[in-house]
Design a binder for this molecule. Structure first.
Ligand SMILES: Nc1ncnc2c1ncn2[C@@H]1O[C@H](COP(=O)(O)OP(=O)(O)OP(=O)(O)O)[C@@H](O)[C@H]1O
Ligand SMILES: [Mg+2]
Length: 357
């Protein structure tokens, strides 16, 4: 896909979904993995997508990339890239977008790197295929990319197989491959969960630096709110296939509205706590997306639940600050929330970090 002739305004979204619904056919029925999600990412901006396992983070990213498994389909809504509808394109048509316009890095590079091909060849193949470079041109660029992602001894590394590299080095190779064709948009799906804490920070710094230097947009998926805090402009919290709260990062932390977001914040692993201490997990289980509950999807697990929450689905509400939306009848700070909080505290039923050690 060639860039449009007109220079598009920086304020216009590079990537946008409008109320998309991605469904899977399963033996139990239709799984509504993404159920009416609207997000916008402008050029050079970053969006963090957080939520527990199964909330739809990966399916959302894959819906935008056009990389859904066979049994998955975008049932409704719109996916736009630079203002053009791409939600209905075939894999063949999307191939022009992959790599050059949008690239993706995954949690475990071993599953996306070819184990029997030297990493140098994996990166040069992409350059030759997408940018039509000669073998020697591609090798020069590959070496430069390896330097960019700070892989020591790039010439030697290019000649190695994935299994000869450490987890952190493999993720750097994946980032180099993703950067090879100069994409406008990078999807990073749990890019650091398989790595130890120090390497995690280095990889996030690297992604962040590449984003800044290339004025790239970023969608960073994680289940850990603490991970995205320092690296994203905006955060969307997903629950049961829906975005339940979305706000600029600082606002989300300073003015949390959803009790679910509040619970996620309490479950951020703290680096200063002994590793054997248990996290404050959210009691209960995520909703069944084949048969979702009638009202608010979080209601069965919410400490602040009332009858209304169990019977009606909350519409998207606009908070007092701009760009801050949430789906909740009794948000944090509301009189009903405070009343219940007093009650729960009096009964000693409020779980806070540390209680579960
Ligand atoms: N191919 C598939 N067939 C049926 N259901 C699927 C398929 N892929 C995903 N799902 C379902 O869609 C829902 C959302 O899955 P998704 O992988 O997006 O979750 P996630 O938020 O990325 O979770 P995690 O943090 O574990 O990666 C889950 O309930 C999952 O079981
Ligand atoms: Mg996932």
């Amino acid at each position: 896909m060639s860039p449009p002739d007109v220079v598009r305004s920086e304020a216009e979204p590079l990537v946008e979904t409008v109320e998309i619904k991605t469904h899977f056919k399963t033996p139990r029925g239709i799984a509504r993995a993404v159920d009416g999600v609207s997000i916008q990412i402008r050029r050079g901006q970053s969006l963090g997508v957080v939520g527990e396992s199964g909330s739809g983070k990966t399916v959302l990213s894959r819906s935008i990339m056009g990389l859904l498994p066979r049994n998955g389909v975008i049932r409704d809504g719109s996916v736009r890239y630079q203002g053009q509808e791409i939600g209905n394109r075939s894999s063949k048509e999307m191939r022009a977008i992959w790599g050059r316009e949008m690239a993706m890095i995954f949690q475990d590079p071993m599953t996306s790197l070819n184990p029997v091909m030297k990493v140098g060849k994996q990166i040069t193949e992409s350059l030759r295929l997408h940018l039509g470079m000669s073998a020697s041109e591609a090798m020069t660029i590959a070496e430069r990319l390896f330097r960019d992602v700070r892989i020591p001894e790039p010439t030697r590394r290019l000649n190695q197989y994935p299994h000869e590299l450490s987890g952190g080095m493999r993720q750097r190779v994946m980032i180099a491959i993703a950067m090879a064709c100069g994409p406008n948009m990078l999807f990073a799906d749990e890019p650091t969960t398989a790595l130890d804490v120090t390497v995690q920070a280095q990889i996030l710094e690297l992604i962040s630096e590449q984003k800044r230097d290339r004025n790239m947009s970023l969608l960073l998926v994680t289940h850990n709110l603490g991970v995205v805090a320092g690296y994203t402009d905006e955060i969307a919290v997903m629950y049961g296939g829906k975005v339940v709260e979305k706000a600029p990062t600082k606002t989300l932390f300073a003015d949390t509205k959803m009790p679910y977001t509040e619970a996620l914040l309490r479950s951020i692993p703290r680096l200063d706590q002994p590793s054997h201490s248990r996290l404050a997990t959210i009691p209960g289980r995520p909703p069944d997306i084949v048969h979702p509950p009638k009202g608010c999807r979080f209601a069965p697990r919410c400490a602040y639940v009332r009858d209304l929450c169990l019977n009606e689905e909350p519409e998207l509400q606009q908070a007092a600050t701009p760009d801050h939306t949430y789906r909740c009848f009794y948000p944090v700070g509301s009189p009903e929330y405070l009343e219940r909080k007093v009650e729960l505290t009096r009964k000693g039923e409020l779980v806070s970090t540390g209680d579960l050690n």
